[in-house]
Design a protein around this ligand. Structure first.
Ligand SMILES: Cc1ncc(COP(=O)(O)O)c(C=O)c1O
Length: 378
């Protein structure tokens, strides 16, 4: 291979980065099929992006590694603990790399509490749930979901009843990946009680809708006061962060059983990773300062109004479409593959979806519907 001198390499590097930037700016104009807010802005944080930040270990325990943002991480955890109505003096949590890690952690905590309990989750739960159940060597039981995507609670009761002498672990999904259906933690608790199960851990996977389900009217029963034992949310979905992130909240009493590793960092570690991204808590903290609870509520209401508009427009052109109540997601019969690629639509079993996340604009929906209308002519 010919040797490249430094200036050529520099030129090529720049060219590649510029091309990538241009491609992503273009993709962004048609990003309507995956749940990630597009309106993040971390103005003011740029200088910190050039600094090493590592939150190794427990966010609430100081580390000798001084290049960290644990004080900001604690504030992010406190914000979500309050939003999820966790007990004031009995919560713990950390900022993760995403909701898969949140689900892994919640199931790990639940397994330490109830080592032989089966894990019930609906057939519409995210694939990370059975994946994590397998990783943890637990026994998973898929509970049928209704056509809307919500768990069939009568089926949960039937499946749990024969095993009522052991504890049960249940994963409730608060905003399923395809249809944005929400499982009711209150109904899950009632089904377990009717099945005769006396001990249980209900984890609410609120990757998408956890950020706003408690702010809507009527409010959805999913959090600690509704009977959840742990709750998670993604940072890059509704709140908005330029890289994947998540927050998991558990009860402090439950992590006492979790093995903590004392080590050379000064901080004991109860998390999954060793070194942890210190930029993510800062980015989430920044978004919380920017939006606050009322901002999150407003953005959810705006997204729902746009979703209602999208649904109406699809009906207007005669395209098969439906939407769960209080959802940002609109389900539609899958369009031709070239439009699935063009509009980056998550698609399964003949259905695609559009998600009206913050940053999706009416003009994008209008252009999408015009493409569908044109496809109908051919
Ligand atoms: C309900 C639900 N849980 C968990 C996840 C996994 O999240 P992540 O991709 O951040 O690991 C997703 C992702 O879309 C999801 O929709």
């Amino acid at each position: 291979m010919k040797n490249l001198d430094t200036s050529t390499l520099h030129g090529l590097t720049e060219m590649r980065l510029r091309a990538l930037s241009e491609r992503l700016s273009d993709e962004r104009t048609r990003f309507i099929g995956f749940p990630a807010a597009l309106d993040y802005d971390f103005a003011g944080l740029e200088p910190l992006m050039r600094t090493l930040l590592n939150n190794v270990g427990d966010p609430f325990v100081r580390t000798w590694h001084g290049m960290n943002t644990k004080d900001f991480e604690q504030e992010v955890i406190a914000f979500f603990a309050k939003l999820f109505r966790a007990p004031d003096d009995d919560y713990w949590g950390y900022v993760t790399n995403g909701s898969t890690e949140c689900n892994l952690y919640a199931l790990y905590v639940a397994r330490e509490k109830y080592p032989s309990a089966p894990v019930y989750y609906s057939s519409a739960a995210h694939y990370s749930v059975p994946k994590n159940v397998h990783l943890l060597g637990m026994r998973g039981v898929a509970v049928p979901a209704r056509p809307s995507g919500e768990m069939d609670y009568a089926a949960l009761e039937r499946l749990a009843a024969p095993h009522c002498s052991t504890a049960a672990i249940v994963v409730a999904t608060i905003g399923t990946t395809m249809t944005e259906a929400r499982d009711s933690v209150a109904s899950i608790r009632r089904a377990l009680q009717a099945a005769g199960v006396r001990e249980s851990h209900v984890h609410a996977d609120g990757a998408l809708a956890g950020a706003y389900a408690g702010l809507l009217t009527p409010r959805w029963p999913f959090d600690f006061e509704d009977g959840a034992s742990s709750v998670n949310v993604s940072g890059h979905k509704f709140l908005g962060s330029p890289m994947p992130s998540g927050v998991v909240i558990v009860k402090r009493v439950d992590i006492e059983r979790v093995r903590s590793s004392a080590n050379y960092t000064g901080s004991i570690d109860r998390t999954i990773s060793g070194s942890r991204n210190g930029h993510l808590p800062l980015i989430l903290w920044h978004a919380i300062q920017r939006w606050g609870v009322m901002g999150l509520k407003r953005r959810a209401e705006q997204g729902m109004a746009l979703a209602a508009y999208t649904h109406g427009e699809l009906q207007r052109i005669g395209w098969d479409a439906w939407r769960n109540p209080q959802a940002l997601t609109v389900m539609l019969a899958a369009p031709p593959e070239r439009l699935i690629f063009k509009w980056q639509l998550a698609t399964a079993d003949g259905w695609s979806h559009v998600i009206c996340m913050p940053g999706v604009r009416k003009a994008m929906i209008d252009a999408f519907v015009a493409d569908l209308a044109e496809a109908q002519l051919h």
